[in-house]
Design a protein around this ligand. Structure first.
Ligand SMILES: O=C[C@H](O)COP(=O)(O)O
Length: 241
């Protein structure tokens, strides 16, 4: 049976104090959440330590938003697997379109980061997805298949989550039609050697559409940006019907 993974990606939002405030509100809303749903908070590096301390004993998992492929070295601004593992981090987002677009992340570096994450017992959440231009040109499938082929070389598919995030749906309020997201995710699954890899949808997920998204048979969870920043909103998403 495929695992359900509901993850919040806070991106570059929330100070340490704001993170703690969120956690208090969020935990009080989670009492009814079915245990089989994995709940992950992928927070800025500066909030990892304080959340780790306060998540102790909770079933909420801690996630980071990037990891370097070397264990240590002269890589200013980067963070290593052991540094994250030591803080109790369990998941790490890799290859988010914002990293690919603004920070020069390539399929080759994404592949290195994926393998490094697994080496240090972090479960990578690999993001793939097409631009509006690629979709309009009918290149969605070819682009995503190319990303998967390059990104997953030598990656263990037993310790992996994939997030399908159409770039044009991120932060725009322009959600991908749920049936279309379901179709693309089915195609992604057909390219994997392990059909049980959880595949999430990401892109303008919010309390108003989560029930419809999660009713789709191929969709195993969501990667949520904006709507994960407010405790009641993210709790409603985690508590989908
Ligand atoms: O990682 C999350 C995605 O970029 C989606 O962001 P969003 O929910 O704000 O559209």
């Amino acid at each position: 049976m495929r695992k359900i993974v509901i993850a919040g990606n806070w991106k570059m939002y929330k100070t340490r104090a704001e993170s703690l405030e969120f956690l208090q509100g969020f935990m009080s809303c989670l009492t009814e959440t079915p245990e089989e749903r994995e709940v992950v908070l992928c927070v800025p590096f500066t909030s990892l330590a304080v959340l780790s301390k306060n998540l102790h004993g909770s079933r909420i998992r801690l996630g980071a938003q990037n990891v370097h492929w070397q264990e240590s070295g002269a890589f200013t601004g980067e963070i290593s697997g052991p540094m994250l593992s030591e803080l109790g981090v369990r998941y790490v987002i890799i290859g988010h379109s914002e990293r690919r677009q603004y920070f020069g992340e390539t399929d080759e570096t994404v592949n290195l980061r994926l393998k490094a994450a697994q080496k240090y017992d972090l479960i990578p959440i690999l993001c793939v997805g097409e631009t509006k231009q690629q979709r309009d040109a009918g290149e969605t499938e070819a682009h995503i298949f190319s990303q998967l082929e390059k990104d997953l070389v030598g990656v263990d598919q037993n310790k992996l989550v994939i997030a399908y995030e159409p770039i044009w749906a991120i932060g725009t309020g322009d959600t991908c039609e749920t049936k279309e997201a379901n179709r693309v995710i089915g195609l992604i699954r057909s390219k994997l050697t392990n059909p049980d890899v959880p595949i999430q949808y990401g892109g303008s997920v919010k309390p108003e559409n989560i029930d419809e998204v999660m009713a789709m048979p191929e969709i195993d969870g969501v990667l949520v940006g904006g709507a994960s920043l407010e405790a009641a909103s993210f709790a409603r998403i985690v508590n989908y019907q």
